[in-house]
Design a protein around this ligand. Structure first.
Ligand SMILES: *Cc1c(COP(=O)(O)O)cnc(C)c1O
Length: 501
């Protein structure tokens, strides 16, 4: 058995469970099963194992401790404030979890006869109605499995609508405009679907440069993909004019709705001129995510794109629900097998019903209020990237660290020692040494005050010239600075037994 390594405080580190076990040990006292030789016709059909399959022999406390420690390695929103920007890591009400585990929802199978899943379809139908009401759009599909998958869905619908007009990529409408502050999935989606991506510059206010964007419009533009609020945490103040100009040029307006948490219940995307938009249920409508739960990226469509939405969809008639899986003019069929992430639908509807329309509106207002509170609390010591109030996330650049020898990365690492998961760093790319803080609506004033006080202390320390302190951070984590690039490029995904042990 290998020795335990790198204990820090009461955070214990241990070898893999396979490296801890001893052969022949067992946590329970069971006799050999009677008739343990598999019989012909039994599940193993008379086959006998040639060798041990190598399960570790462990005592019960070893097993319990191992899995308890594993569960504590994942820092999440339930552990503390999670200020990652562009991600909306919000509180997941326990009520949602309870609802998602109800056997009638949790044990449902997509191949069950439709007559036996009426409750599930009813729930999907209600969720669809909430999404249509909140966005003001004409149609919705629930199937996409995440935000990026939703982007693909919306952009395939746009491509199909253009092709139906005789203006497909082959006919020359091949350009998709993407602001330079965009989330990386936007240009990746457009490129993967065969479009040519053209970057739209931002202006000094952190918004799309309207004049530059207009100059890029022409008969070759299929669509613009725009996030609102954008990834600088700012409302695109010219968005209605952007939509008008794109439509006039014959293109479509794809809205990246991942930041819907800032405007839900306040602004309807349809009123902004958006033609298709994904909504990250796992960001706006709770549900655990980030190294954890699955995502769900329903897409809403304008009247013009509704005929090009994917299958399946739900039709309600006379109190029964039907899943429409075929229709005559179907340009791109389905986004995936089956009907979407049922657990996420349950959580999202539970969130909506328990908040009500007024509660969703207040959640958005509180998200914006909290971000501005953080911004105001830090503005005198750190450097906000743009002037004026922000939406749901506060963006700083690294000007306040100028000439201190401390980088954004050093600053983020020092936060770990103070008990904080760092904010998003070096994104968006348009801001030098970016630090993007999204507190979400669910943080109490006291937690925000403590967070602000900690960052202020660190900023003062950096300015005082103590850069050795930052270079050596983090001191208290089990691992210190890792080679993150190598970890991503050359991950070790397979465990092999060390033959010398
Ligand atoms: C999270 C996010 C996405 C992608 O969503 P996934 O569910 O991670 O695929 C796209 N755009 C923005 C602005 C986002 O924040």
């Amino acid at each position: 058995m290998q020795s335990f390594v790198q204990h820090t405080g009461l955070q214990l580190e241990e070898p893999l469970i396979f490296e801890q076990g001893a052969t022949g040990r067992c946590g329970v006292d069971l006799g050999s099963p009677v008739g343990s030789r598999p019989l012909p016709g039994s599940r193993l059909n008379g086959m006998t194992p040639r060798a041990s399959i190598g399960l570790p022999g462990l005592s019960e406390p070893q097993v319990v401790r191992h899995y308890t420690r594993l569960s504590q390695k994942n820092y999440g929103i339930d552990s503390g404030l999670f200020p990652l920007g562009s991600c909306t890591m919000k509180h997941n009400p326990r009520l949602n979890e309870k609802m998602a585990r109800l056997p009638g929802f949790g044990d449902i199978h997509p191949l069950q006869p439709v007559s036996t899943v009426q409750g599930g379809l009813d729930l999907m139908d209600q969720l669809s109605r909430w999404l249509l009401t909140l966005t003001g759009m004409a149609a919705v599909t629930l199937t996409p499995g995440a935000g990026a998958h939703g982007e693909a869905c919306g952009m395939i619908a746009i491509r199909a609508a253009l092709e139906a007009r005789g203006q497909g990529i082959a006919q020359g409408r091949m350009k998709v405009l993407v602001p330079e502050s965009a989330h990386g999935t936007n240009p990746a989606t457009a490129a993967a679907l065969g479009f040519t991506v053209e970057s739209v510059p931002g202006d000094t206010r952190g918004r799309v440069d309207l004049a530059a964007m207009k100059a890029q419009l022409g008969p070759d533009v299929a669509a613009i993909m725009l996030t609102n609020p954008n990834t600088c945490g700012l409302f695109e103040t010219d968005i209605v004019e952007i939509a008008r100009a794109v439509h006039e040029a014959g293109g479509f307006f794809y809205g990246d709705g991942a930041n819907f948490n800032a405007i839900a219940g306040r602004v309807r995307p349809a009123d902004l001129g958006i033609d298709a938009m994904h909504i990250n249920l796992h960001k706006t409508f709770s549900t655990p995510h980030g190294g954890g739960g699955p995502g769900s990226g329903p897409v809403v469509f304008s009247e013009a794109l509704a005929p090009f939405a994917p299958l399946p969809f739900i039709r309600a008639a006379d109190g029964t629900f039907e899943l429409v899986e075929q229709r005559e003019a179907q340009e791109f069929g389905r986004m995936k097998a089956f009907h979407g992430q049922m657990g996420m639908f349950v959580r999202a509807l539970s969130y909506m019903l328990s908040h009500g329309g007024d509660g969703i509106r207040q959640a958005s207002e509180d998200a914006v209020l909290n971000a501005n509170y953080v911004m105001a609390g830090l503005a005198s010591l750190m450097s906000p990237a743009f002037e004026g109030p922000c939406m749901h996330e506060a963006l700083f650049d690294d000007r306040f660290l100028k000439d201190t020898g401390v980088t954004t990365l050093d600053f983020a690492k020092a936060m770990l020692d103070e008990g904080y998961h760092p904010m998003t760093v070096y994104f968006p790319l348009v801001v030098h040494g970016a630090m993007l803080i999204e507190p979400t609506e669910s943080e109490a004033k006291e937690s925000l005050d403590h967070f602000i006080a900690t960052l202020r202390r660190l900023a003062e320390r950096a300015k005082s010239g103590d850069n050795a302190f930052f270079r050596e951070a983090p001191r208290h984590t089990p691992r210190r600075r890792l080679d993150e690039t190598r970890a991503a490029r050359a991950p070790v995904l397979r465990w092999k037994r060390d033959p010398t042990v």
